[in-house]
Every structure is written in structure tokens, then in C-alpha cells.
Design a protein around this ligand. Structure first.
Ligand code: TRP
Length: 372
């Protein structure tokens, strides 16, 4: 049995069917066969969520979502990152073996840096017209991202001023990978299921673990491996492109009946009429039917595409029925949990108790090693 851990940031995004099939259900399958935990990374969310109300709502929403999918009695420990007080402590200890230059290479940080510069540029363009914008371009646009020495002084000069305004690029963003390393290393995690975008953070986690082990001539931290789900069938969204939150073309796991119907009826198709023969394998509606219907039903609908008298409207209504049925257990579970917020809280606490016990044992050893 492997120790498996992953975290999700409560940023307020709704879960959609693409996330469910591409990431969450594969994780669930793997998790249930191992010693697994999933946590709500509310400390990480602080880098971008700046309202207590939002953070609480997002965190609760995420707990509701995961317990609805995993079941309230899941063997997978579900917990809140901020309920583990030793994580920030381990974070601090790890800060002191982490090279500054390693953090400068983080994509997450460089993206924020770039977005910040871009935002600043737009602001200047708006306020001061093109001339100032050109000035800005000359000065800042060509960040020597690849030059670690130069970047630090640039960061200071560009952002000293901006910090007074919108601190998107805050120290939390910079330290993000070290906090993540603490999350992972605290529990002797073997495998970390993540999306492709987190691969670099796992590499950094291993670098940080190695740096600690080397500094203190120990092997106390285990080197974790990322697990990135490959060959995930991409689900089309209602506009036919890959279903994604950024395209806004998704079907939400918890969309209500009305929203679901509206979305299904607006799935893009070609303009063939009711009596035209249609190619199911080129149809977005059928792609979803194929994913969610039973094989028998898929075959029967395929036959209807290949015969006259069956229009896309008919197919959409069948898809609506199929999805409604597919989603029902999730919706029922959620409705039950919504009525019992104290049950969710109790479960989160139970998860935290188990994980706290693990990290306490680990931190005893870490403290000895570093002399605290
Ligand atoms: N950084 C991850 C994300 O944005 C969330 C996360 C935080 C995480 N700590 C983690 C994932 C530890 C895996 C393990 O998706």
C-alpha cells in the first residue's frame, strides 16, 4: 500500500464533468486502493483569495463537492490544510534549505510576475497614454527570466511600487512551492496525483527534500513521485472545444436542472436535418452520450443517427436524460450533506486528527535533526 496525497486549492471554481472524469474519478479509484488523503489547500488559496467570506464559502463548497463524490464514509482522509498547524512550521524549516535561485525558476511565480507586469502596463496605458507605456516596455517588458541574478533586483524595483496597490505577486506566491513541499513531505507521501501544471512543483519538492537530507546528513525525507493521469479522454464542451473552465463551455457537476437543460440544448452540432443521415463519431452530442450512457443505449442511439427521422434535438433530449440520471447520485449526496454541515465539519476534523498524528511523529524527528 502506497501513501497517496493530493491537494486542491479552493479558488471557487465549480467542478465540471471534464474535471470529474479526467482527474477526480481516476484519483478516487487509485486512492481507495491505497492509504490516501486529499486536502483543501486553503493556506495556498490565501495567495489569491483576499476575502474571508469567499475563502470560507469556497472551502465549504469544496468539502461538499468532495464528500459528495467520495461518500461521507470514504476511507480517503479528507481534511483542511489549515487544520494541520505543523505544516507552516515545517514550511519554515524547509525555507532554510531551499535555494532562492530554485524558487526563481518556478513557473507559478514567473507567470504571476509576468501577469503583474502586464497588468501594470495596461494600467499605465490607460492612465498615461502610449508614451508612458512604451517607456514601460523599454524598461520592464524584457524580463531576463533566465538570468537569476538580474531578476532579483528587477523584481524589487518593479514591484516595490506596485505592492502598494495590488499585491498579486506576494511572498506567498514566491514561497508557494515550499509550502507544497511541506504538505507532501510531512506525511512520507509516496505518490502525488496532480495535473501536468504541477509537475515542476513535484520536482522542486524532491529538490527541497534532497537539500534537507544533504544539509543534515540524513534520509528523513522520502522523495515523492508525481502521478499524472495520461490518456484522459478529452470531453467536448458545449461549443465542441475541450471542456474547460477557461472556455466557459462546461457542464457543471452540480448544475441545476434548468441550467443543465439549457447547456445540453445549446451544444453545437452541424446543420443536418431530422431526416439526414448523421455521423455519430463527428458529433459533440454523441461524444457525451458515448461517455455517459450504457453500452446498449449508446449502440441504439448510434443506429438512430444512421437512419432518418432522428434529429439533433432528439439526441439532445436523450443526452439530457442520460446526464440527469448519471448526476443524480451526486446531486442526492450533496442535498443530504447540505442539510448536515456539522457532519462535514466532523469529518474534516476526523481527517485532520489522523493527519495531525502522522505529522507530529514526523516532526519530532525533524526537530531532533535540526536541533530545535
Ligand atoms: N498546488 C496545487 C494546485 O494548485 C495544490 C496543492 C497544494 C497540492 N499543496 C499540494 C497538490 C500538495 C498536491 C500536493 O493544484
Amino acid at each position: 500500500m502506497k501513501k497517496i496525497l493530493t491537494g486542491v486549492k479552493p479558488t471557487g471554481d465549480q467542478m465540471h464533468l471534464g474535471n470529474l472524469l479526467g482527474a477526480v474519478l481516476p484519483f478516487k479509484k487509485l486512492a481507495e486502493k491505497n492509504d490516501s488523503a486529499i486536502f483543501i489547500a486553503d493556506l495556498h488559496a490565501l495567495t489569491s483569495v483576499k476575502s474571508a467570506e469567499d475563502l470560507k464559502r469556497n472551502t465549504h463548497e469544496m468539502a461538499l463537492t468532495y464528500f459528495s463524490i467520495f461518500g461521507i464514509d470514504t476511507p480517503v482522509h479528507i481534511f483542511r490544510q489549515s487544520d494541520i498547524p505543523l505544516i507552516p512550521k515545517l514550511n519554515w524549516i524547509l525555507n532554510n534549505v531551499t535555494p532562492y535561485s530554485l524558487m526563481l525558476r518556478a513557473h507559478s511565480f514567473k507567470d504571476s510576475l509576468f501577469n503583474d507586469a502586464l497588468q501594470k502596463q495596461k494600467e499605465w496605458e490607460r492612465n498615461a497614454g502610449k508614451e508612458t507605456a512604451n517607456e514601460f516596455n523599454k524598461k520592464y517588458k524584457n524580463h531576463p527570466f533566465n538570468d537569476d541574478n538580474e531578476i532579483s533586483s528587477q523584481v524589487d524595483s518593479i514591484y516595490a511600487e506596485q505592492f502598494k496597490k495590488v499585491p498579486i505577486l506576494n511572498m506567498g506566491v514566491f514561497n508557494y512551492p515550499i509550502l507544497m513541499a511541506a504538505d507532501i513531505l510531512a506525511y512520507d507521501t509516496d505518490i502525488v496525483p496532480v495535473g501536468q501544471d504541477q509537475k515542476q512543483h513535484l520536482e522542486m519538492t524532491r529538490d527541497i527534500a534532497k537539500a534537507f537530507n544533504k544539509t543534515y546528513k540524513t534520509d528523513i525525507f522520502k522523495l515523492p513521485t508525481e502521478y499524472i493521469e495520461k490518456d484522459v479522454a478529452t470531453l467536448p464542451g458545449i461549443d465542441g472545444r475541450k471542456m474547460s473552465k477557461s472556455y466557459g463551455n462546461f457542464i457543471g457537476l452540480f448544475d441545476d436542472d434548468k441550467t443543465l437543460k439549457k447547456k445540453v440544448m445549446s451544444i453545437v452540432t452541424d446543420s443536418k436535418g431530422v431526416d439526414d443521415i448523421k455521423n455519430p463519431d463527428e458529433c459533440n452530442v454523441f461524444a457525451l452520450i458515448r461517455t455517459f450512457a450504457t453500452p446498449v443505449r449508446v449502440e441504439s442511439i448510434r443506429a438512430k443517427y444512421l437512419a432518418p427521422g432522428y434529429g439533433y434535438g432528439h439526441a439532445k433530449l436523450e443526452l439530457l436524460e442520460i446526464l440527469t440520471e448519471y448526476l443524480k447520485p451526486y446531486h442526492d449526496a450533496r442535498a443530504m450533506l447540505e442539510k448536515n454541515p456539522e457532519l462535514i465539519e466532523a469529518k474534516l476534523q476526523e481527517g485532520a486528527r489522523i493527519m495531525n498524528a502522522r505529522i507530529e511523529a514526523k516532526m519530532q524527528k525533524v526537530k531532533e535533526v535540526v536541533g530545535l
